[in-house]
Design a protein around this ligand. Structure first.
Ligand code: ZN
Length: 148
């Protein structure tokens, strides 16, 4: 058996339908009611399995689409992100500005997560994803006007 959600799994489920066709052909198209019933049940089961495998395959494709979109975004941002202090920033005319992004998540996974201020703690920020903490002075909010 192939892994679920693959093209070969879909093809395997179709073999059941092919077996039904073979059985009908090899009988010389002369089958009694009980054999027909049994073959129809086999055919229905095979179609149900195929539908299930196609649904799983659709899920796999959608996951891959999402991954491609994320990789494309990372590619676009790679040229437009700059490290400043302990964080990454988007840039405007080559100058970093705006909210700081977690440098760990960007460097390890090319994922962008804004650092959050911690409640009641003014001197550190935290990444909502990897939970790394950063000094606020090393990861400031940069006004676009201040860098122009
Ligand atoms: Zn992070």
């Amino acid at each position: 058996m192939s892994a679920h959600g693959t093209v070969s799994a879909v093809l395997e489920t179709l073999e059941g339908a092919q077996d039904v066709a073979k059985a009908i052909r090899s009988s010389g198209y002369l089958l009694d009611k009980n054999d027909l019933k049994r073959l129809l049940a086999d055919l229905s089961a095979s179609i149900s399995e195929t539908k299930m495998e196609l649904t799983l395959l659709q899920g796999v494709i959608e996951e891959k689409d999402a991954e491609l979109i994320r990789m494309h975004e990372a590619q676009v941002y790679r040229g437009n992100l700059k490290r400043r202090g302990d964080a990454y920033y988007k840039t405007l005319d080559g100058r970093p500005f705006g909210q700081p992004y977690c440098s760990y998540c960007w460097e390890s996974d090319q994922k962008l997560f804004h650092l959050h201020n911690k409640i009641l703690v003014r001197d550190s920020r935290i990444c909502p994803h990897c939970k790394n903490e950063y000094q606020a002075v090393r990861t400031p909010f940069l006004e676009a006007a201040n860098v122009a």
